[in-house]
Design a protein around this ligand. Structure first.
Ligand code: GAL
Length: 692
């Protein structure tokens, strides 16, 4: 639909400057694959690129970790080898995504300038021989990196074979906190800019608690490891540290982007590849990149999925979540790394279910992505990622099952392009249920610090709502507070703990103008500094939801406790709000047991032209949340199209795509007049159907 809107809304010059202009809309999606020429015999490069092209790939991705090869000694840049690889890629009609190799500086650099290294909490420096071990905040590292990036930009910035740029790799430090002098200094500066005076900081951090008072910004250290886990006097100091780190990461990317932009052509894009569900950094802070992309590995031993084969397919909502989280920022995104097959780093590394890699690809297509890139072309023969499948196996030439599934997908996409109609309107019924999930990473960070129960996990809570929406065949944008909500008939803001008056006023106006707002437990409890207001509990939202939240309860795992909703029981443990509705507020669900049995926990009220629904309980499996959401849409006369758990149906560019992530065959409802392009009404396990 996005593309349709763009085309309808004038093919202006401005169009050429937005994120979409880097892509050929008629291709819908382009597929590529990572290649590390530096790791393979140059005599094989031509063969490898030829094979890539034969398999159906349209672009490749290079140089991500090749700093040592590009700058073998300080200030001496060598692009000759890379030129040869670019030339061979182009010869085989493959565009190139060029990467800045900031994650892996050469050994000479860290030996000569050890101050660039990340310092761990125990004071030990990270060392050469890994990746992401240099400090984003180190001026020396920034200086040397800027020189390299400048040289790369001058060399490749006007080279038509280069499609665009990826900065760094999965910027995040992989969760390691850096305690070096440079970052310490920057943290203090950041706090000084934010708070201006130490009194303001003391007030915001609540340092009257445990004698926490500071008299000077220079007394403040980055929270140490035990403080980060628990034990910090001020939980908001930890949130500030997370905010700062995320800003530092974004600034590091901006610095690289600005350096590139000094020399590269406007037609080359600049992006980076964030991990799809990692919350140590905040992808949305990188608004100044042309767009942001994600990396995802659904099968790494951490997800049970649906049914006995679910562990081979992953969480059915994961790729959709990534699409819907990364796309809204710039109206487009791509997946930069998609799992190619078995990996090496999971708690255990099962074989993906036959067909599921193709299903992931279709899932990425269905999320309106402009490109998909596989990690990686060749299975490595050495290094820490041995056992990690590629598109081709250890012999370098034989496609593995993942490679074959990619080829099948790319063949199918070429078929589909013939049926592409540029202005296919989004089906009205589908468009009319478009829903926004409101998200602010501050709430994730803040509730992580004060969980109140080990069973609380903010992301799990949010994805209970998200996955329910997707099972109801609802198009979703995950958006931030700056977004105009008026075009979404339904807005869901799960566990939105920190609010201010402006946000609550925005919600109220949205509802009064006809929106359906769904809030859940833990919403509106704190201000932006993580303080409770000096007012009745949850005062910020009680008027809006039409109830007082009189108490909340948390249970141990052994307790059997349920919520009653429309004749069914839903078990819960982590959080239950006990509500006292005001006159005019409907009670939708009540507690089935405990000393507050019969009290309300899900309520609903009309306000102006819209409604507010408050779901006070976080249930074990999210089924209550789903049933309540269904009722919200039904009551507002918005249709939904419920699918069996694990089945996803999405629309894009005139095509419906259904995917079965469950462990049984299912029959899906395809209208009798539909033109079924791939698959059938009976969806196999990991099966895909595409129709018009
Ligand atoms: C990603 C990472 C890649 C590679 C891959 C292996 O998270 O960005 O560089 O390590 O995992 O699965």
């Amino acid at each position: 639909m996005r593309k349709t809107l763009f085309i309808c809304s004038l093919l202006s010059i401005a169009f050429l400057l937005n994120a979409q202009s880097f892509f050929n809309t008629e291709k819908m999606v382009e597929t590529g694959v990572y290649y590390y020429p530096e790791a393979w015999n140059p005599n094989q490069w031509d063969r490898d690129f030829k094979k890539m092209a034969e398999m159906g790939f349209e672009f490749t991705h290079m140089a991500e970790f090749a700093w040592a090869q590009m700058e073998p000694t300080e200030g001496n840049y060598d692009f000759a080898w890379l030129d040869k690889a670019v030339k061979l890629a182009a010869k085989n009609n493959l565009k190139v995504i060029m990467c800045t190799p900031s994650a892996t500086p050469p050994v000479w650099l860290v030996r000569k300038y050890p101050e660039v290294l990340v310092q761990k909490p125990d004071g030990q420096l990270a060392d050469h021989g890994t990746r992401a071990h240099c400090s984003w905040s180190s001026p020396k590292y920034q200086e040397l990196l800027t020189k390299l990036v400048t040289a790369m930009a001058k060399h490749y910035g006007n080279d038509k074979r280069i499609w665009g740029w990826q900065l760094d790799n999965e910027p995040s430090h992989y969760g390691t906190n850096d305690y070096g002098t440079a970052v310490q200094t920057n943290f203090r500066k950041w706090l000084q800019i934010k708070y201006k005076t130490i009194e303001n900081l003391n007030n915001a951090w609540g340092t009257a608690f445990w004698s926490g008072i500071y008299t000077d910004f220079n007394q403040i250290n980055i929270p140490n490891a035990p403080q980060l886990i628990a034990g910090a006097a001020s939980q908001i100091s930890l949130v500030d540290y997370k905010r700062f780190s995320a800003d530092e990461c974004a600034a590091f990317l901006t610095m690289q982007k600005n350096t590139l932009r000094e020399s590269i052509s406007k037609t080359q894009f600049v992006t980076t590849n964030f991990m799809s569900t990692h919350t140590n950094v905040d992808p949305w802070r990188s608004k100044d990149l042309d767009f942001i992309t994600y990396t995802t590995y659904p099968v790494g031993g951490y997800s049970k999925g649906v049914g006995d084969q679910g562990f081979r397919m992953g969480d059915y909502w994961l790729i959709s979540w990534s699409n819907d989280f990364f796309r809204p920022l710039k109206g487009m995104t791509g997946v930069m790394e998609l799992q190619p097959g078995q990996v090496n780093w999971g708690s255990y590394n099962p074989l993906p279910y036959p067909g599921v890699i193709r299903a992931w690809l279709w899932n990425a297509f269905a999320g309106d992505l402009d490109f998909i890139c596989s990690y990686r072309f060749r299975q490595p023969l050495f290094g820490s990622e041995q056992f990690h499948y590629g598109m081709v196996g250890t012999d370098g030439i034989t496609p593995l099952f993942g490679g074959l599934e990619y080829s099948q997908f790319m063949k199918e996409i070429r078929e589909l392009r013939k049926l592409y109609k540029p202005n296919a309107p989004m089906p009205t019924e589908y468009a009319s249920r478009k829903t926004a999930v409101l998200y602010n990473v501050d709430n994730v960070w803040e509730t992580q610090v004060q969980k109140q129960t080990d069973l609380w996990n903010e992301i799990n809570h949010i994805t209970k709502y998200y996955s329910a929406l997707k099972t109801l065949c609802i198009p979703v944008d995950i958006v931030g507070e700056d977004r105009d909500l008026s075009s979404y008939p339904v807005v869901v803001a799960p566990a939105y703990q920190m609010v201010d008056k402006e946000l609550v006023a925005k919600w109220k106006k949205y509802v009064e103008n006809g929106g359906q707002l769904v809030l859940s437990c833990r919403t509106g409890l704190k201000d932006r500094n993580g303080h409770f207001p000096e007012a009745p509990w949850a005062n910020a939202i009680t008027e809006l939801i039409g109830a007082k939240i009189s108490m909340f309860d948390l249970l141990n795992k052994e307790t059997i406790a349920n919520v009653n909703f429309e004749g069914n029981k839903y078990s819960w443990h982590s959080w239950g709000d006990i509500l006292e509705p005001y006159a005019g507020t409907e009670i939708w669900a009540t507690f089935a047991d405990q000393f507050y049995a019969g009290k309300a926990t899900v309520i609903h009220r009309k306000l102006g032209k819209g409604t507010v629904t408050y779901i006070g309980t976080d249930t074990d499996n999210g089924k209550l949340e789903k049933e309540v959401l269904k009722k919200v849409y039904n009551s507002a006369k918005i249709t939904t199209n419920e699918q069996p758990e694990g089945v996803m149906v999405n629309w894009r560019d005139g095509f419906w795509v259904a995917i079965n992530y469950s462990s049984v065959k299912v029959n899906i409802n395809i209208p009798s007049n539909a033109n079924i392009i791939f698959g059938s009404k009976e969806l196999d396990i990991a099966g895909v159907a595409v129709w018009q």
